[in-house]
Design a protein around this ligand. Sequence first.
Ligand SMILES: [Zn+2]
Length: 295
Amino acid sequence: MSDPILCADVGGSFISMGVFTPGSALVREKQKRPTPTQDLEAFINAFREMSAPYPNLPLHIAIAGLSDPETGLCKAANIKAINGIKLREVLEKSLSRPVRVGNDADCFALAEAREGAAKGHSNIFGIILGTGTGGGLILNDKLIVGRGGYTGEWGHGPFIQDMQGKTPYFQCGCGLYGCLETIGNARGLEHLHHWHSKESLNSFDILSNAHRNEPAASKTVSLFISYLSSALAVAVNITGASIVPVGGGLSNDKALIKMLDEEVNRKLLYVPHSALVVPTQLGGDAGMIGASYLS
Ligand SMILES: [Zn+2]
């Protein structure tokens, strides 16, 4: 087994930290505290305090944002404190230890590849269906980060066409219209439901209503599956991924993931011999576990 690593998962709401030894599949000594999203000094201080008991361990961090592999600059819309900051450099200086920083969806894909649902596969497209739509790509066992760190961002791009109100054509946070990000996650499911039924429900209620065959929620979920599966089938055709592990809040709904798997299979050129779209095996620890594999 390798040496232990202090690893963290930084979201818009919480920082989770723990000690992980690659190969052990178990995160130890977990800590959690709110993310100081607005103030860099407070952000650094949180890391200083949380990492203090482990002075000799390197720190690996998954962030809800991107880290440009060439410049080291972070892009994190929901964590203003680190947006436009060379986080790795700043933390290495403040904490006097080696630091690595990666995107949380990339870390999710790494975690499932090395220790979870995608073990034994070489080509993996790991996706997050949570508050946003994320993705991370592993080809020939290697994480592909790409220019600017954007590889795997299947949630963005003009995917839905404007059909004069007949399609859910919304503006995305990235500025474009019709991105999958606007409908293809927990918040998106709620937007989609409101768009066609004028009813405001949370994603949990929409899904449980759909599982009881309530007509409006069933229509929402079938639209949701239809859009997601189309984008995912294209992504799988392009990348040649042999497994698509799913993380994020919606991955808890096993029936939803099964529907998505069946619909993607129907739209693929290659017919897989086993389930392609599968729920995470590592759950909420995947970000931390994957961060430990950042190189
Ligand atoms: Zn977008």
